[in-house]
Write a protein that binds this ligand. Structure first.
Ligand SMILES: Nc1ncnc2c1ncn2[C@@H]1O[C@H](COP(=O)(O)OP(=O)(O)OP(=O)(O)O)[C@@H](O)[C@H]1O
Ligand SMILES: [Mg+2]
Length: 463
């Protein structure tokens, strides 16, 4: 009798990318529908971040369109076309690269999860650092704000607004450069303003909350909130309830902490004030045709920044993350080891894909594989617009993600709050125009990442 062969099948690196191509390493983050962990490509030995999203959970939370949209936008904005240098000259304007946005390298799915393989940002996210440091030196924040302004201006030129700019979604590479990530609720915008509430409430511009219609200007407001929070270790507007926070964001005068002048120069405060301007036509960054960004660049606060070389990432960041320490919350790894009853594992696909629900089939068909070494980037716009707009969310209670995001961090789209219908833009593509009503009872159903703080929203260093 011959011995039973227990060797695994050889990996087909020439075939479509799948989880068998990667070695699974430690967990570094947790999102709304899944986790983020370090992986190594078994053939190239390159390290990446793997963000995976449980499909069943995603269907339950009515977030299928968001995940497909995130995958499509990430492909569109992915940077460094080193494998297709000719595309630089022949690609459409929608396919330009940018150094301060986290790149998508691969996308694929199995029966259980959708996977994004992204550039690994070993420096951790700014929420992680902010929680440890309390606040950050003005010089460091200026460096991040310059890099993020450049990323925002790039996205806006492409007609994309991010809508979820906050410290959790700003990742540092090992050299301390800031990158924008998490395109889960990003959308293309046109001339017509959007009215659907989307974002993390504490970072939302007043025009979103007041439902008067908004456009890409909202990202500059969020950048203002982040700048204030990073420098002073607290946020500019606060409220115990969603209503209070809405009132504060739309009405309260901008106040500075008592020790503000010790932490921030007058020029820095001017920039924050300019970004937190309620009239978006006067807000820094918002003048049309890129003029807003040019004006911001010329502001005296940015004098120490060499804008000409910034995007080459050759400047030394004022804060270099400690390479000897893990810049991630260790609880993610512990939780995976101790509490995960269904640990991630590469599994062959079921042969029979019949009998899938409509949503599962949509994911199957539209979360298409992507391989940065084999495929050209493309834009799905305007065909992607109807994806999110046709979603109606009625279920409740998104899983909370890792601790740290403060109270009132409400990322509401498809988050379990009531969403009513989708508007259609005259003669054009569908936009993300949900009208969404917040009711007091909804507040505990929000996508708040720290439920403890949700219960005691006044008890935090951010209050
Ligand atoms: N490329 C990456 N490199 C390193 N860490 C990452 C990377 N992408 C994400 N993370 C970590 O995982 C966390 C969650 O990722 P991300 O924000 O993309 O997911 P999410 O599902 O949108 O989360 P949430 O909805 O809770 O904001 C990030 O805040 C970050 O700490
Ligand atoms: Mg996030």
């Amino acid at each position: 009798m011959g011995a039973v062969c227990c060797r695994s099948q050889p990996i087909d690196f020439e075939g479509e990318v799948n989880l068998f191509h990667f070695l699974l390493l430690r967990c570094v983050g947790k999102g709304a529908f899944g986790k983020v962990r370090v992986v190594q490509h078994k053939q190239t030995r390159d390290l990446y971040a793997l963000k995976y999203i449980n499909k069943a959970k995603c269907v339950k939370m009515k977030a299928v369109p968001n995940v497909i949209q995130e995958r499509r936008l990430l492909e569109e904005v992915r940077s460094q076309p080193d494998y297709f240098p000719l595309l630089l000259f022949t690609g459409t304007p929608n396919q330009i690269d940018h150094p301060f946005i986290v790149n998508l390298r691969y996308a694929f799915q199995d029966d259980e999860n959708c996977f994004f393989v992204l550039d690994l940002m070993l420096g951790g996210d700014l929420r992680f650092h902010l929680e440890r440091l309390g606040s950050m030196p003005e010089e460091t924040v200026r460096f991040y704000v310059a890099q993020l302004s450049s990323a925002l201006s790039f996205l806006h030129d492409m007609g994309i607004m991010h809508r979820d700019l906050k410290p959790d979604n700003i990742l540092l590479d090992d050299k301390g450069n800031a990158h924008l990530t998490d395109f889960n609720i990003a959308v293309h915008f046109g001339e017509r303003k959007l009215t659907g509430i989307a974002g993390s409430m504490a970072y939302m511009a007043p025009e979103i909350l007041l439902k008067r219609g908004y456009t890409y200007h909202i990202d500059w407001w969020s950048l203002g909130v982040c700048t204030y929070e990073l420098i002073f270790g607290r946020r500019p507007f606060k409220g115990r309830s969603n209503n209070d926070l809405t009132y504060s964001i739309s009405k309260d005068p901008l106040k500075w902490p008592e020790d503000a002048e010790k932490k921030c120069s007058r020029a820095g405060m001017q920039v924050i004030k300019g970004l937190l301007e309620r009239d978006s036509s006067k807000r820094f960054g918002c003048k049309p045709n890129g003029e807003g960004f040019q004006e911001l660049r010329r502001h005296p606060w940015f004098k120490p920044i060499d804008w000409d070389t910034l995007e080459s990432k050759t400047q030394t960041s004022p804060f270099i993350p400690d390479a000897k320490k893990a810049n991630f919350d260790a609880s993610h790894e512990l939780e995976e080891l101790l509490l995960e009853d269904n640990p991630l594992k590469a599994r062959a696909r079921r042969a029979n894909q019949d009998n899938l629900s409509a949503e599962m089939r949509q994911m199957e068909e539209q979360f298409t594989p992507y391989d940065f070494k084999k495929m050209q980037r493309r834009s799905y716009y305007p065909h992607n617009q109807h994806l999110i707009s046709t979603a109606t969310a009625t279920s409740s209670g998104l899983a909370s993600s890792r601790p740290g995001t403060p109270a009132n961090d409400l990322r509401v789209e498809n988050s379990g709050l009531r969403v009513e219908g989708a508007d259609r833009v005259d003669g054009g593509p569908m936009y993300n125009n949900h009208s969404l009503d917040l009711h007091p009872a909804d507040e505990l159903n929000t996508k708040d990442r720290d439920t403890r703080r949700m219960e005691k929203p006044d008890d935090s260093s951010y209050a």
